[in-house]
Design a protein around this ligand. Structure first.
Ligand SMILES: Cc1cc2nc3c(=O)[nH]c(=O)nc-3n(C[C@H](O)[C@H](O)[C@H](O)COP(=O)(O)OP(=O)(O)OC[C@H]3O[C@@H](n4cnc5c(N)ncnc54)[C@H](O)[C@@H]3O)c2cc1C
Length: 424
């Protein structure tokens, strides 16, 4: 029997939470190995699966459920569009997770979670049971967020906010723009995946157009009053791409936008503009499987910062973009950092290994033009309320070219490091 979500919560959540926090479930001989199922093989899920498998040295059975055989990182996908990277350099396979870490990699969609039975149903028909479940499904888009756009329009007006074919499509559209044409972006409201991502993308689009199509125009319709690294981006745009980029914030109608994919128009505050490329990045929410599991409040899944456990169900940990955790931005770096905290908590709960206080870090690099890299970052600690920022840093306007080049090179090193931390 499957419990109704509200009934389940009302009846048992409090008791379950108390029991699981006070008494780690250590498996007795004869019970078989404890089982962990990880849903989503991205920055959070792949890292978490690898750390649990690696550090438990075979004491925990780890299954990773991920529909795609190749993971394209969103990080550096803007750089791929601008020709700084090849597509192959941002694509990764799950082979080593299976062959070197013994993870059972299942290429399928999770379509249901029965929290009472502690099982996950897969689209292919299989059912997986778990002692702990880790959810790192990334984001989905909020239906109806941009007037005139839904997922059926993504081929005409790509989001390119999940990397892969969408990224290739947007790149091809930019390269095919007529001379003097217009690229438009509809930017998302907060909170969303990768706060500097849309603005790094604008920089990279301008980088392509400056060479190939110097009379082209770029318009950003933005519902936000301000955006990440705004001073750094706007300084870079005036130095490298003067007069090419128009940012339309909410004071000028950036929050009153509709699109027409057949007519290829963008309407801002009633004013219609013909566009050649329209990159619509809608408002976001936790990957749908979180809703199906009944662990979301609003658009995101709230978590306990000490362990990344869902605040609704202690047997589930939620990582990365899908979680509502506090002060960290939704980034690959953050998801990777949260994954290690969750992996330690899962091992502690299932094998009684030592658990240290949770600490987190994040840095988001962005490339504005060749060798002109900037960054923002912070360290964080877990409090009972949230992941709380401790201190931070940000690049400065007016830094010399050598420092900007070093910052870019640092990001290239980070990319190599995080992808090997995810995939082995
Ligand atoms: C353009 C762009 C640039 C970015 N640049 C940076 C950057 O420079 N640095 C940085 O740190 N971050 C960057 N990010 C953000 C980063 O990509 C995300 O924050 C990060 O990928 C989040 O990790 P995640 O594990 O939450 O989700 P993801 O990495 O998206 O992984 C989620 C996985 O779950 C799978 N999944 C979803 N639903 C199911 C289901 N039902 N069953 C099974 N599997 C499922 C998906 O297929 C996917 O592989 C960027 C993002 C974008 C869009």
């Amino acid at each position: 029997m499957k419990l109704n979500r509200r009934g389940f919560l009302g009846a048992t959540a409090g008791a379950a939470a108390a029991a699981s926090l006070s008494a780690p479930m250590v498996h007795a001989a004869g019970m078989g190995k404890p089982k962990v199922v990880v849903i989503g093989g991205g920055a959070g899920g792949a890292t978490c699966a690898r750390y649990i498998a690696k550090d438990s040295k075979g004491a925990i059975d780890v299954t990773l459920v991920e529909p795609t055989r190749t993971y394209y990182t969103c990080f550096f996908s803007n750089l791929y569009m601008a020709g700084f990277r090849e597509l192959g350099s941002i694509s990764h396979s799950y082979g080593k997770l299976a062959s070197e870490y013994g993870i059972n990699v299942v290429h399928d969609w999770a379509v249901n979670i029965d929290r009472e039975a502690k099982t996950v149903s897969l689209a292919g028909g299989a059912t997986l049971s778990y002692d702990r479940l880790v959810l790192s499904p990334g984001i989905d888009f909020v239906d109806g967020a941009v007037d005139g756009w839904d997922i059926t329009k993504q081929n005409k007006m790509p989001h390119a906010y999940k990397a892969g074919s969408q990224t290739e499509l947007l790149k091809a559209q930019i390269e095919a723009m007529p001379q003097g044409g217009t690229y438009a972006m509809v930017a998302p409201p907060n909170p969303f995946r990768c706060p500097p991502g849309p603005y790094e993308r604008i920089s990279m689009v301008a980088h392509i157009l400056k060479d190939r199509n110097p009379t082209a125009k770029i318009i950003i319709a933005d519902p936000k009053e301000k955006f990440s690294k705004q001073g750094l981006f706007q300084d870079g745009w005036s130095r490298h791409y003067d007069g090419m980029i128009e940012w339309v914030g909410p004071d000028f109608g950036g929050n009153n936008v509709s699109v027409d994919a057949d007519a290829m128009t963008l309407t801002i505050d009633g004013e219609v503009t013909n566009v050649d490329v329209c990159n619509v990045i809608p408002a976001m929410k936790a990957g749908k499987i979180c809703d199906m599991a009944g662990i979301t409040e609003g658009n995101w899944a709230p978590v306990n910062a000490h362990t990344m456990q869902s605040r609704v169900d202690d047997n589930i940990h939620v990582l990365g973009d899908a979680s509502n955790q506090g002060d960290m931005p939704k980034s690959g770096f953050a998801a990777n950092s949260q994954a290690k905290v969750a992996a330690m908590a899962v091992r502690g709960a299932l094998t009684d290994s030592k658990v240290f206080p949770a600490k987190f870090t994040n840095t988001c690099w962005s490339l504005i033009d060749t060798d002109d890299g900037v960054k923002v970052g912070a360290s964080y600690e877990a409090t009972d309320e949230k992941i709380a920022k401790v201190d931070g840093f940000i690049s400065k306007v007016g830094e010399d070219a050598a420092l900007r080049q070093k910052t870019y090179e640092e990001s290239v090193g980070w990319y190599a490091g995080i992808t090997s931390d995810m995939f082995g």
